[in-house]
Ligand binder design. Structure first.
Ligand code: GZL
Ligand code: ZN
Length: 306
């Protein structure tokens, strides 16, 4: 940690600000912007924090380097939204050796859980199950060719949303004919969907499962450019429920969205304070997710916080 509160700084001996290094994935999606805003608001000076923010532009090596910087700066605590699940053991061990607690927010890691104090996030697997169950219910009885727009390769949400969905549609007549990463970005979703349309034609694809709204919005552009009607000729199921996704849902261009709540700042800030105060914290805090049909989205759109 930084200089102790021993009054040697000649200050009023009042509470020092808690210095926190936050290693964010980057700015790949509308969800990410909402999550960053939530974190910056919670880790504010009036809440007792001095926040150093780093966005790693979706580059796992850059994100690990940012965490190493925080360790060298001797921050009081480190918060990470890990781009990918793997590769964290070494730098988390270095943080542990430097006595700097780490709290994970949003995505999680495969490293042993004694290397981080806590993870606050979403049950990505359950999100995949919710999406798959809706698909099974609505499209599972007739032959359905599905393409998947995967999230960032190696990320917990991409892995878990695929696992949950596949499990939920097992035994139905939904057939995954292709699956490729669009890296959670709108452009990525559009480019991959253009490739799928080239390969299979509009008539060869019945359903798109997009791991996030931004890729679904890109797919909508590609489907419309191909002269087809998204939500009708080609159905779309997505995850996040950010504003733009919900508006497309209300427009019936997306058929179903599973929410993934990005407002994790308050929880993460409280956990950091508890950890530094030596209080016991849970290893996992899940924030609950809802799901929406077009009608349900229309009812809530004006009251949504993101
Ligand atoms: C999920 C989060 C994912 C979102 C994407 O909690 O990590 O990353 O689903 C975002 O929109 O890019
Ligand atoms: Zn997994």
């Amino acid at each position: 940690g930084t200089s102790g509160g021993d009054g040697a700084d000649g200050g009023d001996g009042g509470d020092e600000l808690i210095t926190v290094g936050f290693a964010q994935t980057g700015s790949e999606s509308g969800w990410r912007s909402a999550n960053t805003e939530s974190m910056k608001t919670a880790f504010s000076e009036e809440n007792g924090f001095k926040l150093t923010f780093n966005a790693a532009d979706n580059d796992p090596a850059a994100q690990i380097a940012a965490v190493r910087d925080f360790i060298n700066q001797g921050v009081d605590a480190i918060v990470i939204a890990p781009i990918v699940e793997d590769g964290w053991d070494d730098v988390l061990q270095e943080a542990k050796d430097a006595d700097i607690p780490v709290v994970l927010e949003d995505r999680t890691v495969t490293a042993p859980d004694d290397l981080y104090a806590s993870w606050v996030g979403l049950d990505f697997r359950q999100e995949g199950v919710m999406a798959g169950e809706w698909a099974a219910e609505n499209f599972g009885s007739e032959a359905t060719n599905m393409v998947v727009l995967e999230g960032t390769t190696g990320s917990a949400p991409a892995n878990e949303r695929a696992e949950g969905f596949d499990e939920a549609v097992e035994g139905t007549s939904i057939e995954k004919i292709d699956s490729q990463t669009g890296d959670f970005t709108r452009d990525g979703g559009k480019t991959v969907m253009e490739g799928f349309l080239q390969k299979y034609g509009v008539d060869g694809i019945d359903l798109v499962y997009a791991h996030n709204d931004d890729m679904a919005l890109g797919a909508i552009e590609a489907i419309e450019a191909a002269g087809a009607t998204p939500g009708e000729d080609i159905k779309i199921i997505s995850i996040d429920a950010v504003k733009d996704g919900m508006l497309a849902l209300i427009d019936n261009k997306i058929n179903f969205i599973v929410e993934c709540n990005p407002l994790l700042g308050e929880l993460a800030a409280g956990i950091v304070k508890d950890v530094l105060a030596g209080d016991t914290v849970e290893k996992t805090y899940f924030v609950t997710d809802e799901s929406f049909t077009p009608e349900q989205a229309a009812e809530v759109i004006d009251s949504r916080l993101y």
